[in-house]
Design a binder for this molecule. Structure first.
Ligand SMILES: C[S@@+](CC[C@H](N)C(=O)[O-])C[C@H]1O[C@@H](n2cnc3c(N)ncnc32)[C@H](O)[C@@H]1O
Length: 272
C-alpha cells in the first residue's frame, strides 16, 4: 500500500480516499461483519439474484475480482472447473481460494481468458472511467450493482447500523493511512455522516473534522477547518437502465438478472 502515495495525494487534494485503503485484514473483517447486519440488504438481494441466474453460467476458469471472502458465489462457482480470487488484500485473496492473485483490479488484464465476476456492488464506488477500463480489460465480465430505491432510509440504514460497524469500516480507511504513511488523522474525534444525494443518485459517506487540523504527507500540507469533510464512500445507486447505459458505453450487456423484487442487478457483459 505504501506504493500508492501519489494516488493518495491526488485523491486527498480532491477531498476523498480511494476505497481500497479500507481493506487491510481488519477492514476486510469489518466488511464481513457489515454484510451480516440485518439492514445491509445488498447481500441478501445479491444472493437471491445469484440463485436466479447461476444455472446460466458454466465454463473453465472463473475469476472473482475484489473477491473478499464469501460463500455467496458457491451456486455459480460449482459450474466452473477452477475458481480464482483476485483482491488487493492478500489475506482475503488467499483465504478465498488456493488460486489467487494479489493486485489492484484496475491494473488487471484478462490474458488468461477468465470469466470475470465483479460482485458485491463494488462497482458503485468506482469512477465511471474506471468502470469502463475494467470492462475493457476483462472483455467478458459479470457485474453486480445495487439500484436506486424510493425508500431512502433503507439505503442509508445499510451504512449506519446501530452497532457502528459501518462507521468503523469507513474510519478504518484513515486508520490505515495513519499506519502506512505516518499521518495523524484524528479519527477518534471525526464524526461519520451518510447522505443521499437525490440529484447524483449517490449515497455519500464522509468523515467530518470537529476542530482545525493539519496533515503532512509527502511534502504536501493539508489544512482542514472544523466541518471539513473527507469523503470515503461514493456509492452510486443508479436505476437499472442507467447502469445498463454506462456498461453499454464500452461493452454489450447481454443479460440482466435481478432479485425477485427487481432491486438489485447482475449484468452479464461481453466486449462490444
Ligand atoms: C465491497 S467488497 C466485496 C467483496 C465480495 N466480492 C463480496 O461480494 O462480498 C470489495 C472487495 O474488493 C477489494 N478491493 C477494493 N479495491 C480494490 C482494488 N483496487 N483492487 C483489488 N481489490 C480491491 C477489497 O479488498 C474487498 O475485498
Amino acid at each position: 500500500m505504501k506504493n500508492y502515495l501519489n494516488e493518495l495525494l491526488e485523491s486527498l487534494k480532491a477531498g476523498y480516499v480511494p476505497a481500497f485503503f479500507l481493506y487491510d485484514t481488519v477492514g476486510s473483517e469489518l466488511y464481513r461483519q457489515r454484510v451480516s447486519q440485518p439492514d445491509y440488504y445488498l447481500y441478501d438481494l445479491e444472493r437471491q439474484a445469484i440463485s436466479n441466474c447461476a444455472r446460466y453460467y458454466q465454463g473453465d476458469k472463473l475469476l472473482d475480482i475484489g473477491s473478499g471472502v464469501t460463500d455467496k458465489m458457491d451456486p455459480i462457482k460449482k459450474h466452473y472447473r477452477e475458481y480464482w480470487a483476485l483482491d488487493i488484500d492478500e489475506e482475503s485473496a488467499s483465504a478465498a481460494s488456493d488460486n489467487y492473485i494479489v493486485s489492484d483490479f484496475l491494473n488487471f488484464k484478462n490474458t488468461e481468458n477468465y470469466d470475470c465476476f465483479f460482485m458485491g456492488s463494488t462497482v458503485s464506488n468506482l469512477r465511471i472511467k474506471d468502470i469502463h477500463q475494467l470492462i475493457k480489460n476483462c472483455g467478458k465480465i459479470t457485474i453486480a450493482a445495487d439500484f436506486a430505491k424510493d425508500d431512502v432510509d433503507k439505503m442509508i440504514r445499510a451504512y449506519t447500523d446501530p452497532q457502528g460497524i459501518g462507521e468503523a469500516m469507513e474510519k478504518r480507511g484513515l486508520i490505515n493511512i495513519n499506519n502506512w504513511y505516518g499521518t495523524d488523522f484524528p479519527v477518534d474525534t471525526m464524526t461519520y455522516e451518510c447522505i443521499w444525494n437525490p440529484v447524483t443518485f449517490i449515497v455519500e459517506t464522509n468523515l467530518v473534522f470537529q476542530s482545525p487540523h493539519t496533515i503532512n504527507l509527502g511534502n504536501t500540507i493539508f489544512n482542514y477547518e472544523t466541518g471539513d469533510k473527507i469523503r470515503i464512500g461514493r456509492l452510486r445507486k443508479f436505476m437499472k437502465h442507467q447502469w445498463e447505459w454506462i456498461f453499454n458505453q464500452v461493452g454489450k450487456v447481454e443479460n440482466i438478472y435481478t432479485d425477485d423484487g427487481d432491486e438489485y442487478g447482475i449484468f452479464r457483459i461481453s466486449s462490444s
